[in-house]
Write a protein that binds this ligand. Structure first.
Ligand code: NAG
Ligand code: NAG
Ligand code: NAG
Ligand code: NAG
Ligand code: NAG
Ligand code: NAG
Length: 649
C-alpha cells in the first residue's frame, strides 16, 4: 500500500524534475481544461426559453418582489475586492504631466521611462512608442502609457497609467452658442432593476432621492444579448436586420451611432468598455468587427488590451479564477477584478472623471460600459456600490449634472441559467435597470418633462424610447407634445407614453415581452375575501395606532385576475446537457390578483397587487397605491409613505 506521504513525495520529486516553465504549462493546462469544462458544460450561457402569449394586449407592468425567496438563494456577499498593496509609484496630474511620487520613493534615486500605448490600425493590436526617460516629471501628450522604473538598472516597477489628454485635434469642442446639453451614459452589464434594488442600495437611493432620477419600472429589453439591446439605444435600429446589419468582421464605423451626431455638432466624445474579449462591438457572436478608426475622441480599449498583454498568463484563466472568487475561495492574495492597486471598474470611473474635468466647460457625450463585475456573476456588483455612489456624488457636487442628462442603466438582467429558471428571474432578465437624471433648470423651465417622466416610470418602455429621448436632447426639443396614433415604435421619454401601449406597439417581441394583463373576476370569490383582509391588515400594521384610525373595508370596488402569459417553449431553447440534467423548467404556480378597495372611515381608494400559492403565502407586490386624494386627512403624520394611508383620529 502507498501511504499518502509517499505519493506526495513521489509527486514532489516528479515536479522538481521539470523546469519551471514546464511546470507552469502543466498547471496552466489542467486549469484551462477544467475551466473550459466548468464554464461551457455548466456555467456557460444557456437558457430555458419562455414566450409571451399575447403581445398585443395593453401592458400592465409586472409588480414583483425584489426579495422573493426563490431568487435570494442566488445572492450572497463575496469578500471585498483586495488589490495589490503596491501603490502607484508615478501619477498623472491634471495638466498632462507624469510625476514620480517622491514621497513613495523615500529619497531613493529612481529613474523611469514611459512608452506611449498606441492603437495599431484596428481594435485588435497595439503598438508601443519609444522609451522616454525621466527622473522627476515629464509632459506626456497621449492618454495611455506603460511606465517602467529602475533603481541602479534593476527594474522595480512596471504598470500602465492613464490620463485624458486634450490634443489640439480634440479641442474643437466649443459649445454652439453655449447651450448644448451633454449626455452621460453609465452602463452596468446584466443588472435588472430588481437586482439594482438588492445589490446597489446606496447608489439607487442617491439616484432617486438626491438626484431626483427616474427609474423606469417597465423598461423592457428587445433582444437577448448586449449589442442588440444597445444598438437600438445608440442608433434607433434593430441589430441583425437590414436596419443595423451585423456582418462578420466588418467594422461598425459607418453605423449611425448618435454620438456621431453629437460629435458633428462639436461635442467631445468618450467611450470606455472593460473586458476586451466581451466588448459590445468586438464580441465574435456580434460580428466582432469593432472599429477601424477610434469611434470617439477618447477610447479606452487600447488600455484594457494592454492590461491583457501584461497579464498574458492570467488572462485565459480569468473566467475560472473569478468562478472561485465568487465562491469566496481564494487562489491568490489579490483579486482578479484588479489591475495594480485598483479594481478595474475604478479605473473606468477614473478615466471618466478625468474626461469630465478635462472638458469641464465643453459640450460632450460619454458612454461607459462595465462588463467585468456583472456579466457572469450576480454578486460582485454589490462590491461596487460605494464606488458608484462616489461617482454620482462627484458628478453632482462638481456641477456636471447641471447641463448633462445622465442615463444610469443596463442592457438586460442576469442571464445566469439558474436565476432565469425562476419565475422572478425570468421577468428580471427582461427588465433591465434604466434611470434618467435631467438637469434641474430644465425641469424648472419645462414642467411637462417632470410630469411625463413621472408618468412614464410606470409605463412600458424600450431601448428605442431612449434613442428618441437622446434625439430630443440633441435637438433641444423639450416642448410638450402628445403621441398620436398609430404609436411609433420609439417614443421619447419626454412625451407621455400611452397607457394602452402593447409590446407589439413598442417593438418588443414574444421572447422579451413581460406585460401582464388582467380580467375582471367576481368579488365574492372566497380567495378575494381572504386577500382583501390580508391587504387591510398589512396597511393597518404599518400605521401608528395612537394617531391613525383603524381602517376597515367599505367596499371591494373591483378584483382582477392577473395573467403573466409566459409559457415554456421547448422548441427554441438553447440546449446545455448538464444544465438540463440538474434543472427542469420551474413553472410559476402562483396566482395574482389586483384589488381595488375602498376603506372606511377615510373613504380612501387603494389599489394592490397580491399573489398567493394555494391560498397561502400571501405577498403584496410593489406598492399599495392610493388613487384618490387624502387631502387634510393625514395632517397628523409626516412620513410621506404613511400619509397615503393614515386617517388621523
Ligand atoms: C499647466 O501647464 C501649463 C504649461 O505647461 C502651465 O502654464 C500651467 O500653469 C499649468 N497649470 C497647472 C494648474 O499646473
Ligand atoms: C504619493 O505616495 C504617497 C505614499 O505612498 C501617497 O500617500 C500619496 O497619495 C501619493 N501621491 C499621489 C499624488 O499619488
Ligand atoms: C537622470 O539622472 C541620471 C543620473 O543622475 C542622468 O544621467 C540622466 O541624464 C537623467 N535623465 C534625465 C532624462 O534627466
Ligand atoms: C441625500 O439627501 C439626503 C436628504 O435630502 C441627505 O440627508 C443626504 O446626506 C444626501 N446624501 C448624500 C450622499 O449627499
Ligand atoms: C445623425 O446624423 C446622420 C448622418 O449625418 C443623419 O442621417 C441623421 O439624420 C442624424 N440624426 C439626427 C437625429 O439628427
Ligand atoms: C378639511 O378639509 C375640508 C374640506 O376640504 C374642510 O371642510 C375641513 O374643515 C378640513 N378639516 C380640517 C381639520 O382642516
Amino acid at each position: 500500500m502507498f501511504p499518502l506521504r509517499v505519493v506526495r513525495r513521489r509527486l514532489a520529486q516528479l515536479l522538481r524534475n521539470y523546469n519551471l516553465l514546464k511546470r507552469l504549462v502543466l498547471i496552466g493546462g489542467i486549469f484551462m481544461l477544467s475551466s473550459y469544462s466548468i464554464y461551457h458544460l455548466y456555467w456557460g450561457p444557456g437558457y430555458m426559453s419562455y414566450v409571451h402569449g399575447n403581445i398585443w394586449a395593453k401592458c400592465m407592468i409586472p409588480q414583483v418582489n425584489p426579495f422573493d425567496k426563490e431568487i435570494m438563494k442566488f445572492y450572497w456577499k463575496p469578500d471585498p475586492i483586495v488589490c495589490s498593496k503596491e501603490t502607484d509609484l508615478v501619477y498623472f496630474d491634471y495638466n498632462a504631466t507624469l510625476h514620480i511620487n517622491k514621497t513613495r520613493t523615500r529619497g531613493k534615486i529612481v529613474t523611469c521611462n514611459y512608452q506611449e500605448i498606441k492603437r495599431h490600425k484596428d481594435d485588435k493590436t497595439l503598438e508601443l512608442g519609444n522609451e522616454v526617460w525621466f527622473n522627476n516629471s515629464v509632459i506626456v501628450k497621449t492618454d495611455f502609457v506603460n511606465v517602467n522604473c529602475f533603481i541602479n538598472k534593476k527594474k522595480i516597477y512596471s504598470r500602465l497609467h492613464l490620463q485624458v489628454y486634450r490634443s489640439d485635434k480634440t479641442v474643437k469642442t466649443k459649445k454652439n452658442g453655449g447651450k448644448n446639453y451633454n449626455i452621460l451614459m453609465f452602463g452596468l452589464d446584466s443588472v435588472s432593476r430588481l437586482a439594482a434594488i438588492r445589490e446597489l442600495p446606496k447608489t439607487l437611493k442617491y439616484l432617486e432621492t438626491n438626484l431626483s432620477g427616474y427609474v423606469l419600472k417597465g423598461y423592457t429589453k428587445v433582444a437577448d444579448t448586449t449589442l442588440p439591446n444597445l444598438a437600438p439605444v445608440m442608433t434607433g435600429h434593430y441589430a441583425f436586420t437590414k436596419e443595423f446589419p451585423v456582418i462578420p468582421n466588418l467594422p461598425y464605423d459607418n453605423h449611425p451611432f448618435i454620438w456621431r451626431n453629437f460629435s458633428a455638432l462639436g461635442a467631445a466624445t468618450f467611450f470606455s468598455e472593460d473586458w476586451p474579449r466581451l466588448c459590445t462591438y468586438n464580441l465574435e457572436t456580434s460580428g466582432g468587427g469593432g472599429f477601424s478608426n477610434p469611434p470617439t475622441n477618447h477610447y479606452m480599449r487600447p488600455f484594457y488590451l494592454a492590461i491583457n498583454e501584461m497579464k498574458l498568463f492570467e488572462a485565459p484563466l480569468a473566467d475560472v479564477l473569478q468562478f472561485f472568487e465568487d465562491k469566496n475561495f481564494k487562489l491568490r492574495d489579490n483579486s482578479y477584478l484588479c489591475y495594480g492597486d485598483n479594481p478595474m471598474h475604478v479605473l473606468a470611473i477614473e478615466y471618466l472623471k478625468r474626461f469630465l474635468i478635462a472638458y469641464r466647460h465643453d459640450f460632450k457625450f460619454a458612454k461607459v460600459w462595465n462588463n467585468k463585475l456583472s456579466h457572469n456573476y450576480v454578486n460582485f456588483i454589490k462590491l461596487a456600490d460605494d464606488d458608484l455612489l462616489d461617482l454620482l456624488i462627484f458628478m453632482k457636487t462638481e456641477g456636471f449634472l447641471d447641463d448633462s442628462f445622465l442615463f444610469f442603466m443596463s442592457d438586460h438582467g442576469s442571464r445566469v441559467d439558474k436565476i432565469r429558471n425562476t419565475p422572478i428571474g425570468r421577468l428580471e432578465e427582461r427588465l433591465p435597470l434604466m434611470s434618467v437624471v435631467i438637469p434641474e433648470h430644465i425641469k424648472q423651465k419645462y414642467p411637462n418633462l417632470h410630469e411625463n417622466l413621472e408618468t412614464n416610470i410606470d409605463r412600458l418602455t424600450s431601448p428605442f424610447d431612449i434613442h428618441k429621448t437622446m434625439v430630443d436632447i440633441l435637438n433641444e426639443n423639450f416642448q410638450p407634445k402628445e403621441v398620436g396614433q398609430p404609436y411609433p415604435r420609439g417614443i421619447s421619454l419626454f412625451r407621455p407614453i400611452p397607457e394602452d401601449r402593447s409590446c407589439a406597439n413598442a417593438g418588443i417581441d414574444e421572447h422579451n415581452c413581460v406585460c401582464y394583463s388582467s380580467e375582471k373576476v367576481e368579488t365574492k370569490m372566497p380567495v378575494i375575501q381572504k386577500l382583501t383582509s390580508f391587504v387591510i391588515s398589512h396597511i393597518n400594521e404599518q400605521l401608528p395606532k395612537d394617531i391613525c384610525a383603524d381602517l376597515k373595508l367599505k367596499k371591494i370596488l373591483a378584483a382582477k385576475r392577473v395573467h403573466t402569459h409566459l409559457t415554456y417553449d421547448q422548441q427554441t431553447q438553447n440546449k446545455k446537457p448538464l444544465l438540463y440534467f440538474f434543472y427542469k423548467p420551474k413553472d410559476d404556480t402562483r396566482e395574482r390578483y389586483l384589488l381595488v378597495l375602498q376603506l372606511s372611515p377615510s373613504d380612501g381608494v387603494f389599489e394592490a397587487t397580491v399573489e398567493h400559492q394555494n391560498e397561502k403565502d400571501f405577498n403584496i407586490l410593489g406598492d399599495i397605491s392610493r388613487t384618490n386624494r387624502y387631502g387634510n386627512q393625514s395632517l397628523c403624520i409626516h412620513d410621506m409613505h404613511l400619509r397615503h394611508y393614515c386617517y388621523c383620529k
